[in-house]
Each structure stands twice: as C-alpha cells, then as structure tokens.
Design a binder for this molecule. Structure first.
Ligand SMILES: *Cc1c(COP(=O)(O)O)cnc(C)c1O
Length: 394
C-alpha cells in the first residue's frame, strides 16, 4: 500500500532518540539530555508581545503564500546588513521552518536522475529529503583533520553531469565547526565551473564563538550568488523553534517555483509567527549576545571535559551548540559486562546505564563519533559529564 518513496526513508534519528529519552523521563527516570537540537532559552518577550498583538488585532487569516511583504523586506534588509548580499523581496520565500524551506527547495529542484552531493557528517534530513524527491544523495566523506570541511578536490571527483546541487551547512550540525573563506571560495569556483547549485544552510549563522566571522555563500560573487540558495531562519538565533519560520533567498525563478509548491501544500506559514518574525529581525538583538555568552561557557567546559576523558578527543566547535567528539578509543571494550562496538551501542549504553541521552555519529553518516548538544543548563551538563565518566569507568 505504501509508496516505495516513503519506504526508502527513515524516521529522523535525532527525533527518535529524543522521544526515547522523553519516554524514560515520563516513566520517572531522571534523564539528562545531550540530544536536544534547540536552544534551552525562552523566546524573548518583545517577540512574544508582537505575536500577541497580531492575535488581538485579528491578524489571523491567510497571508500571501511566500510570506507578507513586510517580513520579506525585513529578511532582505537582514541579508544586506549582516551578509552583504542584495535580494529583492520577490527573491525571498518564507516557509514553515528552515527544514520546510529545504524541503520545498528539494521539491522544486530535484528529480529522478539528479545527484545531490552531501558532505558527511551531515544533518540527518538532507539525504532523506533528496530521496523523498526521487533524486540520489551522493555522500562525500570529510576528515576531522580538515575540521570536517569538504576537500574541494574530493568534491570535484564526485561531480558528474547529473550533479544538481551541493548541500552545505556551516556552522554545522552535528560538528559545530564552520568553513574558512579559502575553502568556501574553492567550492564556489567549482559550482561556477561545473554549473551546480549550492544550497547553503546557514541557520547557525548567529551562533559563532571567539569573534568568528560568518561568510554567507552568496556573498562570494555574482556568478556564485546566481547558483546559491541561502537557507536561514530564526529558530536557532531567537530561540523560536516552535514558531516554524524559515526562509530561502535565491533567484526569482527558483523562488517562484518554490512558491508554487508551497501554495499546493502548506500555503503561507502562520500569520502570527510571521508578525513575531518581523519583530525578531527588526527588534533589538541583544538577546543573541546574552544567549551566546551562556553557550560559550558550556562549550568550553564540555569540550575540556571530553578531551580529559581517555579514549575521547574533541575538536573545539566554533559555532552552533554541539560538540562532536571522536569516541573511537572507547570502542571494542567492555563496560559493566557490556561490549561496545559502535557509536549507536555507546549511545544506548549511556542512556540505559548513565541515563544520559546523546545521538550516535552513525545518524549523521560518521561512525566513531557522538553528538552532544550543550543546549542544556550548566548544572545538567556537569551532572551528565560526571555520569558519563562513571559509566565508562573513568
Ligand atoms: C535546526 C536545523 C534546521 C531547521 O530549523 P527549523 O527552522 O526549526 O526548521 C535546519 N538545518 C539545520 C542544520 C538545523 O540544525
């Protein structure tokens, strides 16, 4: 009865890990979660107030499918001010979260025979969104030695006449690392030379540490911008994951086609959330700095602790709120009578014995690693680290 398309897709492993932890919690187990993919901060009050105002004023009806003009203008201003790229409002479409932006783009762009290059470790939804749209994901490994940046020479080896797009994500979920300008420029050069699209997921743009600079892929030149779809949103930057607002900037023909897809599926994103998003983009931005200071403390603590564990090593993340430690030194050993041979067995063991939840690297196409989110209180992180050490006999 079910389509082959849906049968070939797996449920999101990060969401399923999260639901297992929540089940245990509901059963009364005190689980500490390093699995979460959203800020643990509340949406700022000024943004909530804008939404309440929208409700009270009756701004509760359908809006234009790609978003209201004032929001698309606010996004255009943001892209110009923060990223130095000029987009007209008609080159922008607002969707129901950046995940939805990526999906609508996939529907508008991919078809049978298309190849879409995805560097691993990758965000869990990329390959499945490609498969759901009948195209083929081409996974290209990256190396920890290159800070998980795709090697441009390796990328070029995987380009064929069927290559439709490359999906980039920096700062990265799951690694917390970003790309340097030199590598981005080399990738951009290949995109122009071989004429493929770059879908650049920059949702963690605002969460960068040590004064690092975020370089928007579309800012690398006019020929590059023509071939780029910038994906961004406010879920991570403004602690608004539940509001479901994300956006895409790109050439008018692609944005128009995405609007067509969206018009036949979800129609507009929620009117109230759009009003809130305008406040998020145009209102005061101090909240982000406050959140970053907290994330930074936790980042330094967690990475230090991880590097202090025998058999574990962790690159210092430069963005987002994830640590992605190499745990190969823990594998092939027995803990409390249980032999652990891969990241998934380690994650299960730690959930059962230490009551800490995290996501195995295999979910992101990177065996030998685990992802630990530090979007959790310092107190919980400390307790979780101590439980982890105990369970590993450290
Ligand atoms: C969280 C996340 C998204 C999606 O965010 P929403 O706006 O909540 O849909 C997209 N890409 C990456 C890499 C993410 O981590």
């Amino acid at each position: 009865m079910l389509s082959n398309r849906v049968k070939s897709v797996k449920p999101s492993p990060t969401l399923s890990m999260d639901s297992k932890a929540k089940e245990m919690k509901a059963a009364g187990v005190d689980v500490i979660s390093f699995g979460v993919g959203e800020p643990d901060f509340d949406t700022p009050d000024n943004i909530k107030a804008a939404a309440i105002k929208a409700i009270n004023e009756g701004f509760t009806k359908y809006t234009p499918v790609p978003g209201i003009p004032a929001l698309r203008e606010a996004i255009a201003n943001k892209l110009k001010k923060d990223n130095g790229v000029e987009y007209k409002p008609e080159e922008i479409i607002v969707s129901c979260g950046a995940k939805h932006s990526l999906y609508v783009a996939a529907q508008a762009l991919y078809e049978k025979g298309d190849e879409v290059i995805i560097p691993a470790p990758y965000w869990v939804s990329y390959p499945d969104q490609v498969i759901l749209n009948d195209a083929t994901p081409v996974i290209v490994e990256t190396s920890e030695n290159d800070s998980f940046m795709i090697d441009p020479a390796e990328l070029e080896k995987h380009v064929t006449k069927n290559t439709k797009a490359l999906i980039l994500n920096y700062p990265s979920n799951p690694t917390g690392l970003s790309y340097d300008r030199k590598t981005l420029e080399a990738i951009a050069e290949l995109a122009v030379k071989h004429d493929f699209l770059v879908v650049s997921d920059e949702i963690y743009e605002k969460l960068v540490y040590d004064g690092a600079e975020h370089i928007c892929f579309a800012s690398l030149g006019d020929e590059v911008k023509k071939r780029t779809l910038v994906i961004n949103g406010i879920s991570k930057s403004h602690a608004m994951t539940g509001w479901r607002i994300g956006y895409t900037a790109g050439s008018t023909d692609i944005i128009k086609s995405m609007s067509k897809v969206q018009g036949q599926s979800t129609s507009n994103p929620t009117s109230i959330s759009q009003a809130a998003a305008i406040e998020a983009l145009n209102g005061p931005q101090e909240f982000i700095g406050t959140m970053l200071v907290e994330f930074d403390k936790r980042r330094l603590y967690l990475v230090d602790e991880l590097n202090g564990m025998e058999g574990v090593s962790c690159l210092k993340p430069s963005g987002a709120f994830y640590a992605f430690p190499n745990i190969k030194g823990l594998l092939g050993k027995t803990y409390n009578g249980k032999e652990i041979n891969n990241s998934s067995e380690l994650a299960e063991y730690l959930l059962e014995v230490a009551h800490i939840a995290l996501v195995p690297g295999s979910a992101f196409g990177a065996e030998g690693f685990i992802r630990m989110s530090y979007a959790n209180s310092m107190e919980n992180i400390r307790e979780g680290v101590s439980r982890m050490k105990k369970a590993l006999g450290l």
